[in-house]
Design a protein around this ligand. Structure first.
Ligand code: TYM
Length: 344
C-alpha cells in the first residue's frame, strides 16, 4: 500500500534569502542572487537578511564584522531593494534563527550532512580542523528559511543542495511531529543565465569571494578601470564565437563570458551569440567591459553613497529586524509547543 501524500502547506507565498558578510560581493552574487531579490520584492512578500551567524563558521575579525554587515546591506539598497517593501535585517538580530536551528539539528541526520558538497569543498583534506558550525551550516540555513515559512528562495546554483536538505528537514519535521503541512517545502529559484558565474581565470571554478586572485572576479565596488582590466585579462580561447550555443560546449571560459553578457543585458545566451557570431574575443571583450561598467558602475557609486551614512543603514537594519522578529517569534512559539518544550 502506498502512503497517502500529506497535505501541502497552505500558508502565503514568501521569499527569503541572504548573503554572508565574509568578503567583497562580486558579479556572481549580484547576478545569481541580488538581481532576483530586487525583482521579487514587487511580486511576493520578501525577507532578505545578512548572514552574520553563518559568516563566523570561518574566523571573522570581531572589530570588522558590523562594518561587513553594513556593506552587504548597502549592496542590497544599492541594487534596488526597497526597505519600505522588503524586510532587510541582520540574522543575529533575530535569535529565533539559532533556536530553530537547534531543533533542526535534532531532525537532520548525519548521513544527510555527510553528503553536502560545499562542506567537502571548503574543508578540503582537513575536516577535523574545521568548526562544527561549518558542518551544521546547512541546518542553520534551513532554519533561516523555515522560521519565516518561506516558500521561495532565490539563490545561485551552488545553493541547490542546501535547499534540498531544507526540504528534507521540513518534510521530516512535519512527519515526525505529525503536523502535516506545518512547514512548506521551499523551492530554490535558480533560473536564468546568472545562476552559475565562473571565475574569470578558470572556467571550471565558480566565481568566489575566497579566490585568492582578485582577477578571478569583478567586485561590486570595482571602478571602470578595474573592470576593464579584469575583462581584458579574462582567460579565453583563440577560436571565434560560434553561431549556436551547442557549439560553445567544452569552451568553458567562452561560455562563461557569453553567459555574463547575457545576464547583464537581460538577454538569452543564444541571442548574444547571434549578435557576435564569427567575431573573436578581441572584439567581444571591449563590448562586455562597456556593458559591465554601465551596469556595475552605478551600483558601486550607490554603495559608496549609502556607506557614507552608516546611521541610515543601521536604521534600516533595526527596523527590518523588528519586522522579522514579529514573524519569527510566533513561528518559534508554535515549534516549541509542537516539540513539547517546557517553555512552550
Ligand atoms: P553566499 O554569501 O556564498 O552567496 C550569496 C548568494 O550569491 C550566490 N552566488 C553565486 N551565484 C552565481 N554565481 C556565482 N559564482 C555565485 N557565488 C555565489 C549564492 O548562491 C547565494 O545565493 N549559504 C548562503 C547564505 C545563506 C542563505 C540562507 C541563502 C544563509 N542562509 C538562507 C538563502 C537562504 C551563502 O553562503 O551565500
Amino acid at each position: 500500500m502506498t502512503e497517502a501524500t500529506p497535505p501541502a502547506f497552505a500558508g502565503p507565498r514568501r521569499v527569503l534569502s541572504g548573503v554572508q558578510p565574509s568578503g567583497d560581493l562580486h558579479l556572481g552574487n549580484y547576478l545569481g542572487a541580488l538581481v532576483k531579490f530586487t525583482r521579487l520584492q514587487h511580486e511576493i512578500e520578501t525577507f532578505i537578511f545578512v548572514a552574520d551567524l553563518h559568516a563566523i563558521t570561518a574566523w571573522q575579525d570581531p572589530a570588522k564584522l558590523k562594518t561587513q554587515v553594513r556593506e552587504i546591506a548597502a549592496a542590497y539598497l544599492a541594487t534596488g531593494l526597497d526597505p519600505k517593501i522588503a524586510t532587510i535585517f541582520p540574522q543575529s538580530a533575530v535569535p529565533e534563527h539559532a533556536e530553530l536551528a537547534w531543533v533542526f539539528n535534532c531532525v537532520a541526520r548525519l548521513g544527510w550532512l555527510d553528503r553536502m558538497t560545499q562542506f567537502k569543498d571548503k574543508a578540503g583534506k582537513h575536516k577535523e580542523r574545521e568548526s562544527v558550525g561549518l558542518y551544521t551550516y546547512p541546518v542553520l540555513q534551513a532554519a533561516d528559511i523555515l522560521i519565516y515559512k518561506a516558500t521561495h528562495v532565490p539563490v545561485g546554483e551552488d545553493q541547490r543542495q542546501h535547499l534540498e536538505l531544507t526540504r528534507d528537514i521540513a518534510a521530516k519535521f512535519n512527519h515526525d511531529f505529525a503536523v502535516p503541512g506545518h512547514f512548506p517545502l521551499p523551492e530554490a529559484l535558480t533560473e536564468g543565465p546568472g545562476a552559475r558565474i565562473m571565475s574569470l581565470r578558470d572556467g571550471t571554478a565558480k566565481m568566489s569571494k575566497s579566490d585568492p586572485s582578485d582577477y578571478s572576479r569583478i567586485n561590486l565596488t570595482d571602478d571602470a578601470d578595474a573592470i576593464n582590466q579584469k575583462v581584458r585579462k579574462a582567460r579565453t580561447d583563440p577560436e571565434p564565437l560560434p553561431e549556436l550555443l551547442v557549439d560553445l560546449k567544452g569552451r568553458t571560459e567562452a561560455e562563461n563570458l557569453i553567459g555574463i553578457y547575457a545576464a547583464l543585458a537581460g538577454r538569452t545566451a543564444q541571442d548574444v551569440l547571434t549578435e557576435f557570431a564569427g567575431q573573436g574575443f578581441g572584439a567581444f571583450k571591449p563590448k562586455l567591459a562597456d556593458l559591465a561598467v554601465s551596469v556595475m558602475g552605478p551600483i558601486g557609486d550607490e554603495m559608496r553613497r549609502y556607506l557614507a551614512d552608516p546611521a541610515e543603514i543601521d536604521r534600516v537594519l533595526t527596523e527590518g529586524a523588528e519586522r522579522a522578529r514579529a514573524v519569527a517569534a510566533p513561528n518559534m512559539a508554535e515549534v516549541r509547543r509542537i516539540v513539547g518544550f517546557w517553555a512552550g
